[in-house]
Design a protein around this ligand. Sequence first.
Ligand code: GLU
Length: 549
Amino acid sequence: MKDEIVNKIFPYPLPSIAEIESKYPDRALPEGAKVTRIAPSPTGLMHIGNLSAALISERFAHQSDGVFFLRIEDTDQKRKVEGAVDLILKTFDDYDIQNDEGPVLNKKEIGLYGPYFQSARKEIYQAYVKDWLKKDLAYLCFCSEEEKEKNDALQVAQNMRPGYYGRWAKCRNLSQDTILQYLNEGKKFVVRFKSPGHYNNKIIIRDALRGNLKFPENDLDIVILKGDGLPTYHFAHLIDDHLMRTTHVFRGEEWLSSLPLHIQLFQAMGWNPPQYAHISHIQKMDETGNRRKISKRLDPEAKLTYYTDKGYPKVALIEYLLNLANSNFEDWRRANPDKPYTDFELSLKKLNASGALFDFLKLNSISKDVISKMTAQEVYDNALDWMKNYDPLFAQVMENNKDYMLKIFNIEREGAKKVRKDIIVWEDVKKEVAYFFDDLFSLTYKDACNLLSPLSVSDISNIINSFVETYDESDTKENWFSKIKKIASDYGFSADMKAYKANPSLFKGNISDVAKVLRVFVTGKDQSPDLYAIMQVMGKERVLKRLKI
Ligand code: GLU
């Protein structure tokens, strides 16, 4: 294209390509180090897929001594949402995803390959667009939206692919004079890539996750620079991932169809493309038994706020996502119960390519495990943090009774043979510990008897009265238990499970029925952690109050 036209479009100075390239040298990294990035658009919502892609990218970079950076793709001004970048940074911070470059919480940005906000890179993109125009790799298109819509409709009517390509690319061959005339008239324009491709040619592209994939060659003359002077996603991706020396792009499978275009763009520049790995969407079974992509619109669990609201420990969600990415994570975790998840080596070969189903049972079981490994103090701190936001009144109760709470959380925990796993999410804490507080405990005699049915009322009161008579808070667990055994035999219950199983008809029930009477009256539940420990933590006064009937 004539210099006269190019200078009309860019009447201001732009850096030269050589200047730009020299600012972004090859990175001095060890052999095999991966440079990865996550490139979200600031649309104001964090999807579980965003976190998964960020985690995978971060892990591959850091486990190979590489670099992981964050780039904000904010060239679509219409989609920009106030506060969205802060939300991304806060999410990274919450989930401990550490980026080596790009914006970070409480600082503008770090790293030498920036700026990391695409809106601040306008000059760079324009310098390349100018170069492409000069080299005839791109051209100006003056078609209006209406003209393009008409084009698409005509193509569809003729059973053809819609789009700006081949003979439908009307502005591809405008004469230089016409272009000058349009520009002088002040006609609006965009810049389009002059695709060298033919749709009927088939090409093979290697996806690091899916292997060799066959595509038709790209022939679309896509827009590279919009009317507002900012690039489109495709062009910005080309320039940025080249300059920022990205080696691996992990992104959602929705970008697979853009792959032939992206490869073609890199080829147009003679640059090496990064290795692409298109990550499968997390799926869900719909009501009719079909798999579908988990959706922000339909599924609350697609949004990260869902997990925060329920109170899943952050590391539980991270471990669940690692488990979805590499199914051998579970075996590794079993073999290495105490190692941090960062010791697990994520494998590119084993990355799940077929789309895993979201599995609440698995997430909950991971979450239970994560919490069961915490100390009482950690459970207290985490639960309190959550309560402060979601149940401030109970948070107050926790703070006013800190020592009591720590003792409660320590039942069947630190040093226990079998650690309790009754808390899945912080939301569960209140209902699991409420019975320790008189204000939150209510049980009618009738309800208790219902829970204990078919035991007779007289058996119930005999058991309770005898227990109360002999209860001594300083008893060891053995003494305490032998007293309950005695009560069992006194009232016709078997104190010995073996004897009971051999001939159940000889007894009214067994020792566990007797303990259950005490459990129901003390806790209001027919299942609980160790009853002896509960009584010890509650203290004599409260235990006896519960048993006074
Ligand atoms: N800005 C794109 C998105 O929001 C990034 C895609 C990519 O990772 O290349 O998904």
